[in-house]
Design a protein around this ligand. Structure first.
Ligand code: MN
Length: 258
């Protein structure tokens, strides 16, 4: 790489989270790192973009900014304002506090921030640390650094990011390429009464239970491996498209509604 690579670092836990601090430390000497992250916790905001109120960029240090918005807002502002002169060579999102595996990637602000980089034409990596008893981020830091170096050297295909999940163990068994797993929701919504007798609802909170399908992120991480799942932006179901094309449903037609 001719120039010193430029790396945009973001997250969804907020700029003061430990994960993004450790991530930026881990990547610091690999290039010109820019940290642009939400000023508050934004987990599970998915790919939300703020359109109905003004956004502010607040400088927190050298090449370090917070945004009063979502992870996607951060990547958008970073690319179109702060890094307008030269787009980053890579977007790295994390280190998220908690897993982002299986269908959960659709809710994840961490993964969506990386996808925003992909939408804007940059390779991206999302890194998440599964929460466990007294786990340090040393393993996640090391693997984030290793994969960052590899992507800087090799690049990624268009519309593709790498989603990394690190198990909560001191010494993982290794690193495995995976596909998204299947999670079973055990307790979807908790219904309670508030102190004034009105009904309230809490979404989530149950322990994740997943199908034990070999080769999936849930399964391998559950067995003590680091998982790396390549994710693609284009969600077109090519199989079903081909099936429908070869045997078109009755509503497929040429012309108007006649
Ligand atoms: Mn988070």
């Amino acid at each position: 790489m001719a120039h010193r690579p430029r790396i945009l670092i973001t997250n969804d836990d907020g700029i003061s989270a430990r994960g993004i601090r450790e991530l930026s430390e881990a990547l610091d000497d690999l290039g010109e790192c820019w940290v642009v992250a939400p000023d508050s916790e934004q987990s599970a905001v998915s790919h939300a973009l703020t359109l109905e109120r003004p956004l502010r960029l607040s400088q927190q240090g050298e090449r370090r900014f917070s945004v009063n918005g979502t992870p996607t807002d951060c990547v958008t502002l970073a690319m179109s304002c702060l890094l307008k002169d030269r787009a980053p060579d890579l977007v790295v999102s994390g280190i998220n506090r908690g897993a982002n595996m299986g269908v959960d990637v659709h809710y994840s602000g961490t993964v969506s921030a990386a996808f925003e980089g992909v939408i804007l034409g940059r390779p991206a990596i999302a890194v998440s640390q599964v929460v466990g008893n007294g786990v340090s981020l040393d393993v996640a830091r090391k693997v984030a650094r290793e994969i960052t170096l590899w992507v800087l050297e090799h690049g990624l295909p268009p519309e593709t990011l790498l989603n990394v999940n690190v198990p909560p163990v001191r010494e993982p068994r290794g690193l495995r390429l995976t596909r998204l797993g299947v999670r079973r929701y055990t307790e979807g919504v908790l219904r309670q009464e508030d102190p004034r007798g009105r009904t309230i609802y809490w979404i989530g909170g149950g322990e994740p239970v997943w199908e034990r399908i070999p080769g999936t992120d849930f399964n391998e991480v559950g067995n003590g491996w680091i998982s790396v799942t390549p994710l693609h932006l284009d969600m077109t179901s090519r199989n079903f498209l081909a099936e429908m094309e070869s045997n078109p449903p009755s509503w497929v037609r040429e012309g108007g509604d006649g």
